[in-house]
Design a protein around this ligand. Structure first.
Ligand SMILES: OC[C@@H]1[C@@H](O)[C@H](O)[C@@H](O)c2nc(CNc3ccccc3)cn21
Length: 601
C-alpha cells in the first residue's frame, strides 16, 4: 500500500497516525533527541534516527561561512535522516533572536529590549518575516525565537532579550510569530501549529515560564511568586503565542517556587497542554535536563524520567545523544515512562514537521542564499533602530534643546568605546554565543553613520577616549559620545551593580565637562546613570541597535524625530530593585513610558 504518511493530500491526523503506527521505539526516541551540529554526521543521523539538530551559540560550519556553506551542511545532515527506513526529515534550530545572528553578514536587528520601545507590532511582524528569510537563506527551518520573557529586574543578564517589564507590550510583540511562521488565514484554525511553507520557519516561544522573574534577576534561579502573579505577569504572552499558532515552546532553566520548570508537570502538561490546549512540541533548553540536579548531570536517568514524564517532548540533549537515547530506552522498556507519553511527544513533533511541509520540502535550494543580509532587510532594521531610541535628556535648559544636531559644523568630535565597534553595538547572541567586540560582521558603525550623515564640509574627528586637554585644544562644535555595556549573554550578563564599565564613564565625564555633548548609551537594560546626567547636554538610550547604525544618526541629525518611549523603568539606584510600573513604591529616574520627542527638520 502507498504509505499514507507520505501523501500530502491525506489529512494531518491520518498522516500522523499512519506514521507513528509504523515506528519502532528506537525511531520514536530518535525523534525526541536534538543534538548540536558539532557532534552530528549523516551516519549518526541515520543510525540513531536523530530527529533534530541545532547550532548552539557560535556553533557554525566554519568561521565567516557563506550561506551556501550553511545550506550544504544542513542538506547533508538532512540526507542522512532521509536515508532512514521511514525517511523522517530532521528539523534544524538556531537562535535567530535578532536576525539570524550567529551567521556572518546576516542583518542584525535591534535586540528585543529596543523593539519593545517601538510598540509597533506591524514593524515587529515584518522583522519576523525578514528573519525567517535569512534563516532559510542558511538552509535552516526553525528559530529559537521569540523570547517572550517579562524582565522584572534589570540585573538579569538576559533582560535585553525581553521586550518589556510590562506583559501587555510583550503580548503585542508576539506579532513576530506570524512574521516568522506566517499569518494563520482568517478561515484557518487558531491555537494549532502553523508554518506557511518554505520562506517561513517554525518559531519557539521561550522560556516557559517565569524566566524574567527570578530572585534579584539571577539567571536560571528561582521565581518566587504566587500562581495569580505568575498568570498575570509571565503567562500572558503564551496565551497569544499559542493562539497565533506557535509551533514550539522552550522550557526555562529557572524554577517556580523552588521547583525546576523542567520537571513541572502541573504547568507543562496540566496548564500548557491541557488548559491552553497547546498542540505543538515542548523542547527543553540546552542540557536543561542535566541542570535539574545539583551538580548538573548528577543523576541523568532521573533527569530524563522527570523531564519527559513532566511533558517535555524534545530534549535539547547537547552532545551526549547516546547516553540520552540509552537512558530513555531503558525507562520506556521498563515502564518508568508509559508508551502513551512517548507517543504524545512523537505525535507533537510529527505534527510540526508535517504542518511545515518538511516531508515535501526537506532540502534547501542554494539560490535561497541571496536573502542573507539583503538591503531591504537592512533598511527595515534601520527603521527599527530609529523607533527604538529613547531621548532621555535634550539640553541643559528646556528652551535650548541640543537635538536635532546641525549637519553643518566646522569640526565635531566622536568619542567612546561603542562609536566604531560593530560587535559592541550588536551585543550578545551575535556571531558568538556571548557576542564579541570588534569588527565581527557586516554593518554600519555609529562613526561611519555620522560621516555619512553630516555635510561634506563638516570635519569629523574620532578619538575613542580623548583627554580634556585634547578636547580643549580643539574647537569642536560639539561631541557625540557612544559608550555602554560590552557584549554578554545569559549568566555572564548578570550584574548586581549595573554600572557602566570603564572607560565609558571616564569618557563621558572627560568629554561632557569639556564641551557640549550628546551621550548615546548602548546597554542591554537600564544602568546606573543618575549621577552623570547633569554633566550631559543630551542623553539617548540606544539599547543594542544591531548592524544598522545609520538609524541612530537618522534621528540624531533630524531626518526623523525621536518617538520611542521607555518599555523598562529606569531606576535611580540598584537598591530600589525590583521596581516596575504599577508598583506601590515607584520612584524612578525616568518612568516607564517616558521619552522626549523631536520633530524632523
Ligand atoms: O542555543 C540554544 C539555547 C537557547 O535557545 C536558549 O535561549 C538559551 O537558554 C541557551 N543556552 C544554551 C547554553 N549555551 C551554550 C552556548 C553555546 C554552546 C553551548 C551551550 C543554549 N541555549
Amino acid at each position: 500500500d502507498v504509505m499514507k504518511y507520505k501523501d500530502p493530500k491525506q489529512p494531518l491526523n491520518v498522516r500522523i497516525k499512519d506514521l507513528i503506527g509504523r515506528m519502532t521505539l528506537e525511531e520514536k526516541i530518535g525523534q525526541m533527541t536534538q543534538v548540536d551540529r558539532s557532534v552530528a554526521t549523516p551516519d549518526v543521523m541515520r543510525n540513531y534516527f536523530i530527529g533534530s539538530l541545532l547550532s548552539g551559540g557560535g556553533s557554525v560550519p566554519a568561521k565567516e561561512a557563506s550561506p551556501e556553506t550553511w545550506i550544504i551542511m544542513v542538506n547533508d545532515f538532512q540526507k542522512g535522516s532521509l536515508s532512514t527506513r521511514l525517511g523522517i526529515p530532521m528539523i534544524y534550530g538556531i537562535d535567530a533572536v535578532h536576525g539570524n545572528s550567529n551567521v556572518y553578514n546576516a542583518t542584525i536587528f535591534p535586540h528585543n529590549i529596543g523593539l519593545g520601545v517601538t510598540r509597533d507590532p506591524e514593524l515587529v511582524k515584518k522583522i519576523g518575516a525578514a528573519t525567517a528569510l535569512e534563516v532559510r537563506a542558511t538552509g535552516i527551518n526553525y528559530a529559537f525565537a521569540p523570547c517572550v520573557a517579562v524582565c522584572r529586574d534589570p540585573r538579569w543578564g538576559r533582560c535585553f532579550e525581553s521586550f518589556s517589564e510590562d506583559p501587555n507590550i510583550v503580548r503585542q510583540m508576539t506579532e513576530i510569530i506570524p512574521g516568522l511562521q506566517g499569518e494563520i488565514p482568517s478561515n484557518g484554525r487558531q491555537g494549532v501549529p502553523f508554518v506557511d511553507g518554505q520562506s517561513k520557519v517554525a518559531a519557539c516561544a521561550k522560556h516557559f515560564v517565569g524566566d524574567g522573574g527570578t530572585t534579584r534577576g539571577i539567571n536560571e534561579n528561582d521565581t518566587v511568586i504566587d500562581f495569580h502573579d505568575l498568570l498575570s505577569i509571565h503567562m500572558p504572552p503564551y496565551y497569544d503565542a499559542v493562539r497565533k499558532g506557535v509551533a514550539t515552546i522552550m522550557v526555562s532553566y529557572s524554577s517556580w517556587n523552588g521547583l525546576k520548570m523542567h520537571r513541572n508537570q502541573q504547568l507543562l502538561t496540566g496548564f500548557l497542554k491541557n488548559t491552553l490546549k497547546f498542540r505543538g512540541f515542548v523542547i527543553s533548553d540546552f542540557k536543561g535536563i542535566d541542570k535539574m540536579t545539583d551538580p548538573p548531570h548528577a543523576n541523568y536517568t532521573w533527569s530524563i524520567q522527570e523531564s519527559v514524564g513532566a511533558g517535555i517532548d524534545m530534549i535539547m540533549v547537547g552532545y551526549n545523544y547516546f547516553e540520552f537515547i540509552d537512558g530513555l530506552t531503558y525507562l520506556a522498556n521498563n515502564n518508568f515512562i508509559p508508551m502513551c507519553r512517548i507517543d504524545d511527544a512523537v505525535k507533537r513533533i510529527l505534527r510540526v514537521k508535517f504542518v511545515m511541509g518538511l516531508f515535501e520540502n526537506p532540502l534547501t535550494d542554494l539560490s535561497m542564499g541571496k536573502y542573507l543580509g539583503e538591503q531591504d532587510h537592512r533598511d527595515l532594521a534601520r527603521e527599527a533602530v530609529r523607533k527604538s531610541l529613547v531621548l532621555l535628556k535634550n539640553g541643559k535648559c528646556v528652551d535650548q534643546p541640543m537635538l536635532p544636531l546641525p549637519k553643518k559644523s566646522t569640526k565635531i568630535l566622536v568619542a567612546g568605546s561603542h562609536a566604531d565597534n560593530i560587535g559592541n553595538q550588536c551585543g550578545g547572541w551575535t556571531i558568538e554565543w556571548h557576542g564579541e567586540s570588534g569588527n565581527i560582521t557586516k554593518g554600519t558603525t555609529i562613526l561611519s553613520a555620522v560621516k555619512n550623515a553630516v555635510d561634506p564640509t563638516t570635519e569629523v574627528v574620532y578619538v575613542e577616549n580623548p583627554t580634556p586637554d585634547f578636547i580643549k585644544s580643539n574647537n569642536f562644535s560639539y561631541a557625540i559620545v557612544v559608550t555602554g555595556e560590552y557584549p554578554y549573554s545569559e549568566s555572564s550578563g548578570d550584574s548586581q551593580d549595573l554600572t557602566i564599565p570603564e572607560p565609558g564613564l571616564t569618557t563621558i565625564m572627560n568629554v561632557c565637562e569639556s564641551i557640549k555633548c550628546v551621550v548615546v548609551l548602548m546597554s542591554g537594560r537600564p544602568v546606573v546613570i543618575e549621577p552623570y546626567v547633569s554633566s550631559m547636554d543630551a542623553l539617548v538610550a540606544a539599547w543594542l541597535p544591531g548592524s544598522e547604525g545609520q538609524g541612530v544618526t537618522d534621528v540624531l541629525f533630524g531626518d526623523y524625530g525621536f518617538t520611542g518611549k521607555l518599555a523598562h523603568t529606569w531606576f535611580k539606584t540598584v537598591d530600589q530593585l525590583p521596581m516596575n510600573v504599577g508598583d506601590p513604591h515607584y520612584d524612578p529616574l525616568y518612568p516607564f513610558g517616558y521619552g522626549l520627542t523631536t520633530e524632523p527638520t
